[in-house]
Design a binder for this molecule. Sequence first.
Ligand SMILES: [Zn+2]
Length: 275
Amino acid sequence: MMNDLSEQDLLSYRGEWMVFWRDKVLVDDNGALPQGAWSQLTSLHHYAAQVQSLPPLEQTDTPPPALPVLDIGAEHVDIQGWQWVSLRQILTGATAFHYKEYSRAWQYVHFLRTHRYCGQCGGHTETISWEMAVQCRQCRHRAYPRVSPCIIVAIYRDDEILLARGVRHKDPQMYSTLAGFVESGETLEQALHREVFEEVGIRIKNEEYFESQAWPFPHSLMVGYIAEYAGGEINIDEREIVDAHWFNIQDLPKIPPTMSVAGRLINAVVARHRS
Ligand SMILES: [Zn+2]
């Protein structure tokens, strides 16, 4: 359930805030998120375009407080004593709990920014209070945050693992697992076989589900698999892949951190082979 925060809530709140400007997050000089009562954040408050609270994802006996999310939008803002850092930086080193909360906060902000108008009639939308959605004031068409399923797979062949460098990877040293979006009408498994064949020209078998992860850049749901090589020679699609190789698990290149499912998939293949 979504709530606009009341003045009273804001005054008594003692937890963390997520404040977004463009695709950046506000932190203090120690890299910590703003924390405390609204009155202590007065220097921020007149910038607020949107203040919403996100209830915790996990229901426990003592649930943590809802996370207030404040979106400043796209205006250039400099606030003394504070700095803007990337969401990626915030997520690196976050606990599993906070990773989910912060990821969702960004996806929600991104959703609101891109759904101010109705896709059906062009009218203005407004948030509704009982679920994460916006509704058109004119035609009542309702829109929900977009979630884009994406398969990601670690492929092994004896004591080797197939890793690739994608065209969008910023770090030229880093190799990772293959990944690709699920297309309309496809199952996850069909997407898995299609993407692997399109990107590197090989066939796989014995695919097993590993785990999934929300990946907020901007709204992917990564569905991780481990699969075994079944045949074919590496033949890369140069529109997607710069380089792909079989690497011996004893001699891996630089790989993604375990914050990402890619890093955890690679580690899982290595651990299995060693055991
Ligand atoms: Zn409409």
